[in-house]
Design a binder for this molecule. Structure first.
Ligand SMILES: [Zn+2]
Length: 359
């Protein structure tokens, strides 16, 4: 049986005496203090002090009493109502405070929470490989040399045994800047011009590698970029042979790709070396068995090399009867592709942070 029904029954039984009113207040106090939230309290409030409450019903019935009884009971009813209203107000204030604390807790800023900060980043993959290559050659006793990226025709072609009508020039279409009066410069198409700068310096012997950017008029695709990185090597000393070149290539390819990798030389042609060779390494994907990456042959071409052509030494005033040497060159981007299994070179220049962060 619910409380409202009980209050109503008591009210309809005629004017309440003091005990009934005291019991009403005691029961009401218990209900008010146990209201768990503001909505529950409002419902209790309506039952205890609203128009259908026992107090309101008794008040309506005061008119049937004589004046003295009416005044006495009326005063008592008013007093009980004030007591209930005060209890309700007190409980409401407490519940409002609880609700406010709940909101504050939900909105609380947890200053101890660890939010990962953006990391410091790292150098581009091509830069890291370039630095690694430099370390390898420094460890072999080489110096690192650099040269300008804007060259004259002399350094980029002619001094490298490629006179103006040489057919090998057509394979290296470049970007020219016309300076007027028949003069022009070009963005270097290879790092080989640095060989000429080193030879012109006249300090022999030379054991140097020359990493850097080179430029060719290629349309970007999966295996070509108009701007890419090469590493050139030049050794000039007394009594240098082709065997020294082969051993050097074997040594640095193992250092880059691992001890299991084998290197081989195939006859090739470059104007600035004689004899010339292309050098391959055993496929890093299949280990030389043959796969799609190596077109089933088990070898992947890495670069070109050869003994320095006597004409190149002569063009810089170095006596080829006394000095001999070898040179080699390869793409740093290509090393990155082969070692990290990158399928499309354009990823290097597209600035996609997913790619850059992952390698
Ligand atoms: Zn393979």
């Amino acid at each position: 049986m619910n409380r409202k029904r009980a209050d109503g029954d008591e009210a309809s039984a005629g004017p309440p005496n003091t005990d009934v009113l005291r019991a009403l207040v005691a029961g009401a106090r218990q209900r008010i203090t146990s209201a768990e939230d503001l909505a529950a309290l409002s419902a209790v409030e309506a039952e205890l002090t609203g128009r259908r409450s026992a107090l309101a019903t008794w008040k309506r019935e005061l008119g049937g009493l004589d004046e003295a009884a009416r005044r006495e009971l009326g005063g008592e009813l008013n007093e009980k109502r004030r007591v209930l209203e005060a209890l309700i107000a007190e409980r409401r204030a407490a519940l409002v405070e609880v609700a406010r604390a709940g909101v504050l807790e939900a909105d609380r800023l947890d200053l101890t929470e660890v939010i990962p900060a953006p990391g410091p980043g790292h150098p581009h993959l091509v830069t890291r490989i370039r630095e690694e290559l430099e370390d390898i050659f420094l460890g072999m006793g080489y110096e690192i040399a650099e040269g300008p990226e804007v060259e004259t025709d002399w350094y980029n072609f002619t001094a490298l045994n490629m006179p103006p009508d040489h057919p090998a020039r057509s394979g290296q279409d470049s970007f020219y800047v016309d300076l007027g009066d028949g003069e022009s410069v070009l963005l270097r198409t290879h790092t080989s011009p640095v060989q000429i700068h080193l030879l012109e310096r006249g300090v022999l012997p030379i054991y140097a590698v020359m990493p850097g950017l080179v430029y060719r008029r290629d349309t970007p695709d999966a295996s070509h970029l108009p701007v890419f990185h090469q590493l050139e090597g030049l050794v000039v000393d007394r009594g240098i042979t082709f065997g020294d070149l082969a051993g050097t290539i074997e040594t640095f390819t193992k250092a880059i790709f691992g001890e299991d990798v084998r290197a081989r030389l195939r006859p090739g042609y470059f104007p600035f070396t004689e004899p010339s060779a292309e050098f391959d390494i055993s496929c890093t994907i299949c280990g030389g068995v043959g796969c799609r990456t190596c077109s089933g042959v088990g070898w992947i071409e890495l670069g070109g090399c050869g003994l320095v052509h006597p004409a190149v030494l002569e063009s810089t005033g170095v006596d080829p009867e006394v000095w001999s040497g070898f040179a080699f060159g390869f793409g740093i981007d290509r090393v990155a592709i082969m070692r990290h299994g990158i399928e499309d070179m354009r990823a290097f220049i597209e600035n996609d942070v997913r790619f850059l962060a992952g390698c």
